[in-house]
Design a protein around this ligand. Structure first.
Ligand code: NAG
Ligand code: NAG
Ligand code: NAG
Ligand code: NAG
Length: 500
């Protein structure tokens, strides 16, 4: 295992480095492959060695348990996502424009197969179509970018080299781990993003890493897969709250898979893509404060980031930030009912939302479904009116209700200094200023489903069942639950994909 690192020891050519001062991009340090000196390890080579070297025994009980919950939830939201408009546009596009090598399954379309990259693309779109998929800290949607690529790839491999369920679970965790490690190289990545949508950046890398692992690429090819993926990464935040946002995850999972497939066929790219080379950006292009560190090769054990930092599962299909404000609104709604005997909007003079500064989720009057999923104002007012937010809240009829518009007109936004745009630190507060001057306040610090207050197994299964049964019969739904909960024992991991 250790040999992998040594073979990839690189040394920057000192001559090239001095010329580098004059024109950094023209004279990139020329990496010279040296003989085995592990001390010469680069960040990029350490990631490649990690991906290549990590073994199933490195997965702890906690990591297995958490990652299987992520897989189940991601499949469930993908299945219900296969009923959306944006999914249908993408699916028709894939069916009409490309048709070769159709071996990989599509969520919710029994009998339909697409080529692996397009199946990954459409299933990635399904996973994020309603913004219903998991969210991690630092902020990204980790599972949707990895799982569709692995499902598609598992069906592509010949019967003689089908990965088993444990290989699949390990590859999934490699994809999650690489995303988490990369986000820890930047402080700005910890906050709710402003420039690039994180799944389009780290998700593409995670998908490449996971697929490289599932395909058993060698250590050199793992490095190239990451480097190729970096060239395919990155989509801007301005497309959040539009139909293009689900596309980011479809794109990420597809392009990561393609990067690994290209590397497997011998395509090469920069061996220093993750390293910080002054003057010429690699992966650092995506962050203003990039400080990479090598990823230690697992010895007898490895602590996956998922062990320390669990994910958040959403209870309703909207941006994660909405979960705080909805719980705060539901609790102040109860206070008002107690106070006056019923919920009557006419008693409310103003609604103060105390929320962090984040431009793309601060939308006073959302017009479309996707804008509504990214509006503190909309989600707070829906919870005030209905007591909750659910799938139905985002239909046209609900978005354009007169009662809702009237409430929205009473909203004022405040940004308290201590309410930071960061999923580990933010809170939601809703204050109702009544016509008589009284003020009622509801606050949520940690919603149910956040990593500090994880969903129970019952809640997770309830969400999965209600979502999956939208497109699959009950016996299939139950058999997917059993398959995922016993993933380690599945002899052929492509059985999971073909059951969807
Ligand atoms: C990886 O595989 C490629 C293609 O078969 C081969 O050229 C290369 O030498 C291998 N590298 C290592 C480190 O095994
Ligand atoms: C999709 O991938 C292309 C190619 O890398 C990239 O330029 C584009 O920003 C991505 N688009 C989306 C919506 O993710
Ligand atoms: C509403 O009033 C009842 C009875 O006074 C009390 O038990 C309940 O906790 C109150 N609910 C809220 C949200 O304050
Ligand atoms: C279509 C459907 O039933 N979706 C459900 C998905 O799960 C959430 C959370 O349990 C429910 O609120 C949805 O109704």
């Amino acid at each position: 295992m250790g040999a992998g690192v040594a073979q990839w020891g690189l040394r920057v050519n000192p001559l090239a480095q001095s010329r580098n001062l004059a024109d950094p991009c023209l004279f990139l340090p020329i990496p010279t492959v040296l003989e085995r000196t592990a001390s010469e390890e680069t960040v990029t080579s350490s990631f490649a060695s990690f991906i290549h070297g990590v073994r199933p025994e490195h997965l702890s009980e906690v990591v297995r348990h958490r990652s299987k919950r992520m897989i189940l939830d991601s499949v469930g939201v993908g299945l219900v996502g296969s009923t959306t408009h944006v999914f249908n546009i993408a699916l028709r596009y894939c069916q009409q424009l490309y048709a070769s090598n159709a071996v990989s399954s599509v969520y919710g379309r029994k009998g339909l197969k697409l080529s692996p990259t397009l199946a990954a693309f459409t299933n990635g779109i399904a996973a994020h179509s309603m913004d219903f998929d998991d969210t991690w800290h630092p902020a990204t949607h980790p599972s949707g970018a990895v799982l569709p690529a692995l499902l598609a790839a598992s069906q592509m491999l010949p019967p003689s080299s089908k990965p088993n369920g444990l290989d699949f679970l390990l590859a999934f965790n490699v994809g999650i781990e690489v995303q988490g490690r990369l986000m820890r190289f930047s402080t700005e990545a910890h906050n709710i993003p402003k420039r690039f949508h994180p799944p389009s950046v780290v998700g593409t890398m995670g998908s490449a890493a996971a697929t490289a692992k599932l395909l058993s690429l060698n250590v050199t090819q793992c490095a190239h897969a990451l480097a190729i993926a970096a060239s395919l990464a990155g989509a801007p935040m301005a497309n959040a709250a539009t139909q293009a946002k689900p596309l980011h995850i479809g794109n990420a999972t597809r392009l990561g898979l393609e990067a690994a497939l290209l590397a497997a066929r011998g395509m090469e790219a920069s061996p220093l893509i993750l390293d910080d080379i002054p003057g010429c950006a690699g992966f650092s292009a995506f962050y203003g404060d990039y400080r990479p560190k090598p990823l230690p090769l697992p010895a007898s054990s490895h602590e996956f980031l998922l062990e320390k930092q669990d994910v958040a599962f959403k209870r309703f299909p909207a941006h994660l930030g909405m979960h705080w404000i909805v719980d705060a609104a539901a609790s102040v709604r109860n206070l008002l009912i107690n106070y006056s005997g019923s919920f009557s909007p006419s008693l409310i003079h103003a609604i103060l939302l105390r929320i962090p500064v984040s431009k793309y989720i601060n939308r006073p009057f959302p017009e479309s479904e996707h804008q509504a999923r990214h509006s503190f104002q909309f989600n707070a007012c829906t919870a005030l009116l209905d007591g909750e937010v659910d799938l139905n809240s985002f239909t046209d009829g609900c978005i354009h209700r007169r009662e809702l518009t009237e409430l929205l007109a009473k909203v004022l936004v405040e940004h308290p200094k201590d309410n930071i745009a960061n999923f580990d630190k933010m809170y939601g507060e809703v204050a109702l200023v009544l016509e008589n001057g009284d003020v009622l306040t509801g606050r949520c610090d940690t919603f149910y489903g956040h990593w500090r207050k994880p969903l129970s197994r019952e809640s997770l299964l309830k969400k999965f069942r209600s979502n999956a049964s939208h497109v699959l019969p009950e016996d299939k739904v139950n058999s997917i639950i059993t398959t995922v909960e016993n993933l380690e024992n599945l002899p052929d991991s492509s059985q999971l994909a073909s059951s969807l």
